[in-house]
Design a binder for this molecule. Structure first.
Ligand SMILES: Cc1cc2nc3c(=O)[nH]c(=O)nc-3n(C[C@H](O)[C@H](O)[C@H](O)COP(=O)(O)O)c2cc1C
Length: 414
């Protein structure tokens, strides 16, 4: 019977097994390269960002059920791969709203971004520029329209509009965005009042953050954020006045709750580029939005930050595609944490997606390099998922590639 024979390891056998690499002396790069998923970036972000800023970003409204369900909906899918296809070359680029994007996602508008990290919108716009994807600047942004345009020159910048009670001021911003070459206006319509962001209330969050015994204690293990905060341009809204309450309270004083579909028709006439309505949450409203003559709609519940237990945008997608998919371009956001979530949206008929927290976790984990890392992670995941599904372009994805598994069944008919 043959037996295992032992021998002394010889140096020439050991040599190829030794994999000592010269250490990377750049601590930030080392940290970011260890992150393999957006959730890994989130964990780094939590360690490096003061509690109030992290919670403002991570948190959602009320019991945060909308956000949890939206993420769960992406987990509850089944992919159906096609085998034996030549997937040596994969192209994840697409066209959206009359222009190109190197990837099927863009950066969503987020308010008060320099609070997450001092590089804020510069980091987002710079990373979008390098990746060849659109960047959206919020009305509540902390970097000016002109600075964003300069950071993403020749790239695609989108401006997000909150319609304020003071219309002249809102439209003055819109004119500035048009003059700076922004090509698309996102009109956010899911904020007639601010959602109840309870974490902000519990943290006593103010803008800018104030120094209290609690915040000082919380700052001790997070020195870099505080050094950045205290030694760079003061944190303030680029388009608004100073405010000493929570973002929710600010929204309530400014947002015009009388805005209706007629106003969309009016806004459409004011803007030379594309107009997209952000925050559509029913099939009925998707039809009404299309009837106003805008160019696209974003199925979104604001990342769960407005109405808690709102419909899951990803679940709405098939019905909305059926109702208006031939007449308009449909974008999806809320809950996207991986490239395969994005692939699933495209397979079910979305033209494009937006990422909010996925990019902000990268920003908080490492400024501009962190946003680059978040985009790289998503790109790798998209390309790998496409290959594993047996497709070489986004156009080849169809609803046959994805099943949405049901966790909740509707008991009441709609
Ligand atoms: C910290 C934060 C701030 C946001 N600020 C805005 C905003 O100013 N305007 C807006 O239209 N949406 C805003 N959103 C919503 C995003 O544009 C987007 O709809 C949402 O983040 C998508 O969900 P996700 O974070 O799960 O990707 C914000 C989201 C976050 C997380």
């Amino acid at each position: 019977m043959a037996k295992v024979r032992r021998q002394f390891p010889r140096p020439r056998d050991l040599a190829p097994l030794l994999k000592f690499k010269s250490p990377d002396l750049n601590a930030k790069r080392r940290r970011l390269n260890k992150a393999l998923t957006i959730y890994d970036l989130r964990d780094i972000a939590a360690r490096r960002t003061p509690r109030a800023a992290f919670d403002y970003t991570e948190g959602a409204a009320e019991a945060e059920i909308s956000l949890a369900r939206a993420r769960q909906a992406f987990e509850d899918i089944e992919f159906h791969p096609a085998i034996l296809r030549d997937v040596s070359h994969v192209d994840p680029s697409c066209t959206i709203l009359g222009g190109q994007s190197a990837l099927p996602f863009g950066i969503a508008p987020t308010g008060f971004t320099r609070m997450m990290h001092t590089e804020g919108e510069w980091a987002g716009a710079g990373a979008a520029h390098r990746a060849g994807i659109p960047f959206s600047l919020s009305t509540m942004g902390t970097t000016s329209i002109e600075d964003v345009a300069a950071t993403n020159p020749g790239g695609r910048n989108w401006f997000q509009l909150y319609m304020w009670k003071d219309r002249d001021r809102s439209m003055a911003l819109v004119e500035r965005a048009a003059a700076a070459g922004f090509d698309t206006l996102l009109v956010t319509v899911d904020v007639p009042v601010a959602g109840a962001r309870l974490r902000d209330k519990r943290n006593g969050m103010s803008i800018p953050p104030s120094l209290t015994p609690g915040t000082i204690l919380n700052a001790i293990p997070r020195p870099e954020w505080w050094i950045n905060f205290l030694t760079t341009e003061p944190l303030a809204f680029a388009s608004l006045d100073r405010w000493s309450g929570t973002v929710g309270e600010l929204l309530d004083t400014m947002f015009d709750p009388t805005v209706t579909f007629e106003d969309l028709v009016w806004i459409r006439k004011q803007w030379p580029g594309k107009v997209v309505v952000k925050g559509v949450q029913t099939v009925e409203d998707s039809k009404r939005v299309v009837d106003t003559g805008v160019d696209g709609l974003i199925l979104s519940n604001h990342g769960g930050r407005q109405l808690d237990r709102a419909p899951i945008p990803f679940h709405l997608l098939p019905d909305v595609v059926k109702a208006v998919g031939k007449k308009t371009e449909i974008v999806v956001d809320t809950g996207i944490m991986s490239g395969s979530d994005i692939v699933a949206c495209i397979a079910l008929g979305a033209k494009f997606t937006l990422i909010g927290r996925a990019y902000l976790y990268g920003l908080m984990a490492g400024g501009e390099a962190g946003v680059d890392r978040a985009i790289d992670i998503l790109r790798e995941q998209i390309v790998r998922t496409m290959r594993l599904l047996g497709v070489t372009s986004l156009g080849e994805l169809t609803p046959d590639h994805v099943t949405q598994l049901s966790r909740f069944t509707r008991l009441t008919p709609r």
